[in-house]
Ligand binder design. Structure first.
Ligand SMILES: Nc1ncnc2c1ncn2[C@@H]1O[C@H](COP(=O)(O)OP(=O)(O)OP(=O)(O)O)[C@@H](O)[C@H]1O
Ligand SMILES: [Mg+2]
Length: 346
């Protein structure tokens, strides 16, 4: 229902899209996941006819987005990342306006607006101006506006960014309901949890390129091994604990700064935790806690993107201005930061 084939788009020096391919089968939801600046919004803008690609092809319901933009627009609903509704109009007026701009006619637009306001629990706020809405109420109204014409294909650009957990859950429920009605959805998000909860397939983009494409389960399985985390009663000052653990794990044993937490990649097998506790016990090490953690989508994301954030390169350049030693330690610093992040998530 939605197809991107080799899409590229450059803004000056920035290659926002560097050859992006994905497709969304009818009635399914694709999660387009990526950090800030990855190219998510650019992909959405191209596929919703708001921006022209430099090369490649996009289609919605089989219709080419460059050749027949008007026809594509009749099939789609869009909840953009930046506010598109009028802050000086009420929620109801905004929805009716969206309907009228889509040639709905006033009476059907009013009826549909009332229905959507109720569906998104905005009936009480319907006749208040948007300026006074909370972030969550606005996002729900954005979603309502995208649904005014009952489009079969929806583009939702970060529909829950900045929402509290309750509001996020409500938006998720609304999206699940739409799926039940057979709508096809392209959803962008920075929240792995969101993609995991909603999407049939996930495409991870970074620097304008697709770096992974699969079901949530496939992506988790692809992130290699599980992680073994051990907390010790006392710091491993002489490396005895790390030494006892090493033969049972794959790769290096990472020791936290305070020496109390050891972690390593493992091939999770039954009895592994027991074997590790026995080995540590035999070495005279007292264990506080042991855990074998299956990879989360966060792990996948960090291992794929290197946990980079937009502007990191610049930050590193500033960091390395301190001297040659700092510059040569750049790569090591990054992996240490990643381990740090893994520690935080654990
Ligand atoms: N109109 C524009 N002019 C110049 N550069 C742009 C423009 N739109 C996007 N970019 C650049 O293209 C890159 C991709 O931007 P895009 O908005 O698609 O990212 P995103 O994945 O949606 O990020 P976010 O999660 O922050 O919304 C970024 O480096 C951005 O600065
Ligand atoms: Mg964006």
């Amino acid at each position: 229902m939605i197809q991107a084939e080799g899409l590229t788009k450059r803004y000056g020096e920035t290659q926002a899209l560097a050859g992006v391919d994905f497709s969304v089968p009818a009635g399914t939801i694709l999660g387009l996941l990526g950090p800030n600046g990855a190219g998510k919004t650019t992909a959405v803008r191209v596929l919703t006819t708001l921006a022209l690609p430099d090369s490649g092809r996009g289609t919605v319901a089989g219709i080419d987005v460059v050749k027949h933009p008007g026809e594509v627009r009749r099939h789609i609903g869009v909840a953009a990342q930046d506010a598109t509704l009028d802050p000086l109009l009420t929620g109801r007026q905004n929805l009716v306006l969206v309907g009228e701009l889509s040639d709905m006619g006033r009476a059907p637009a009013r009826a549909r607006a009332t229905e959507l306001l109720a569906q998104f629990e905005l009936t009480d706020a319907a006749d208040r101006v948007l300026k006074g809405y909370s972030g969550g109420m606005r996002r729900r109204l954005d979603l309502g506006a995208a649904l005014m014409t009952r489009p079969p294909v929806l583009f939702l650009d970060e529909p829950t960014t900045g929402l509290d957990p309750t509001s996020r859950q409500r938006v998720w429920e609304a999206i699940r309901e739409l799926l039940g009605e057979g709508v096809t959805v392209l959803l962008t998000t920075q929240y792995l949890e969101e993609a995991d909860a909603l999407a049939h397939r996930i495409v991870v983009v970074d620097h304008g390129k697709v770096i992974a494409n699969g079901t949530p389960t496939e992506l988790k399985e692809a992130s290699r091994s599980a992680r073994l985390e051990v907390s010790l009663a006392a710091p491993d000052t002489d490396g005895r604990a790390a030494g006892a653990m090493a033969p049972l794990v794959s790769g290096r044993v990472h020791v936290s700064e305070d020496g109390r937490r050891l972690s390593a990649g493992v091939d999770a097998s039954p009895g592994l935790a027991t074997a590790v506790v026995r080995a540590l016990d035999a070495a005279g090490v007292l264990v506080d806690n042991i855990e074998v953690r299956q990879p989360s989508l966060d792990d996948v994301f960090f291992s794929l993107t290197g946990g980079h954030i937009e502007g990191e390169d610049e930050d590193e350049a500033i960091g390395s201005a301190g001297g040659a030693a700092a510059a040569s330690a750049g790569g090591g610093g990054k992996s240490a930061e990643r381990q740090e992040l893994e520690g935080v998530r654990a």
